[in-house]
Design a protein around this ligand. Structure first.
Ligand code: ARG
Length: 284
């Protein structure tokens, strides 16, 4: 009897995998409607003034010689070839740490940091390699959840946070930021057949529509990000948020977009370039 039940359950599960899989919708990004205005910079511990000086020097050089734009464009248009593999299996500790530049990131944020197979790549990873080179150190990329990046830098486990991180006053209380290197914004992703936002003609229209939804309406975001704060609200960070709807936090933006495609959330709010890249790979 038990065997028959198990078999029946296996058949039901298989059917669900087949049919649920085919129900995945394509998604679309409202790229033109920027819901916020944000600037990215790297995070360094307050006492680490030597690294701050070196990082700011490097950014100034890359801006002056046009390299920064070239790096950014190459990752946006897919012509970049840079890839990196950590030379040691886990983050260096003790005396060995001095030989490394340990970079805290969350490598699920294309085109700033992401995996090509087992290799790390992206705008921030390329800049990290240049910074390590400038310092005469070996690069170690410490991939972790996004909401651990600042803590890892603050407690000295990592030297610098390079994670498409938005500068804001609340984060500045814990760590210092380098000069800014990129301007970004939160944008909305919905399913291609979405009706809720179909008539929106501006960011204000989208914000008004978000304000009209109820608790049944779910917005997916990545934990610890400004997208989460924009949707959920965060007093310390100065976001009112949308208390009328439900904000769900995910470990990565891609998982939120997958749930969107599968109908488990109704929209995703995330940084613009990652939105474009994640939507593209979800729609494949
Ligand atoms: N810019 C946003 C923030 O600072 C999102 C960054 C997410 N970065 C990442 N590597 N997952 O909150």
């Amino acid at each position: 009897m038990k065997k028959i039940l198990a078999l029946a359950m296996a058949v039901v599960m298989l059917l669900c995998v087949v049919s649920c899989g085919s129900k995945q919708s394509n998604v679309k990004v409202y790229t033109e409607y920027e819901l916020t205005a944000e600037k990215y910079a790297f995070a360094i511990a307050k006492e680490n003034t030597a690294l701050m000086t070196a990082a700011n020097e490097l950014l100034a050089e890359l801006k002056a010689n046009g390299e920064l734009d070239k790096i950014i464009n190459s990752f946006f248009d897919g012509t970049a070839t840079f890839e990196y593999e950590n030379p040691i299996p886990s983050a260096p500790t003790g005396a060995d740490k001095a030989n490394y530049l340990v970079v805290a990131t969350n490598a699920y944020f294309p085109p700033f940091e992401y995996y090509n197979g087992s290799k790390l790549t992206g705008v921030d990873m390329k800049i990290a390699s240049l910074l390590a080179e400038k310092l005469g150190k070996t690069l170690y990329i410490n991939d972790m959840e996004f909401d651990s990046v600042i803590t890892s830098v603050k407690n000295g486990e990592s030297d610098i946070g390079m994670a498409g991180m938005t500068v804001n006053e609340e984060r500045k209380k814990t760590i210092d930021f380098t000069t800014e290197y990129y301007e970004s914004a939160q944008v909305l992703i919905v399913r291609e057949d979405d009706k809720v936002f179909a008539e929106c003609k501006s960011a204000d229209d989208i914000i008004a529509k978000l304000g009209e939804q109820d608790k049944e309406f779910k917005v997916g975001t990545q934990n610890g990000t400004t997208g989460f704060m924009f949707s959920n609200g965060d007093e310390g960070f100065g976001y009112d948020g949308f208390k009328n709807l439900t904000t769900s936090g995910y470990t990565t933006g891609a998982l939120a977009v997958l749930d969107l495609a599968n109908g488990k959330v109704d929209a995703v709010i995330i940084d613009k370039q990652p939105a474009i890249m994640i939507a593209k790979s979800t729609n494949k």
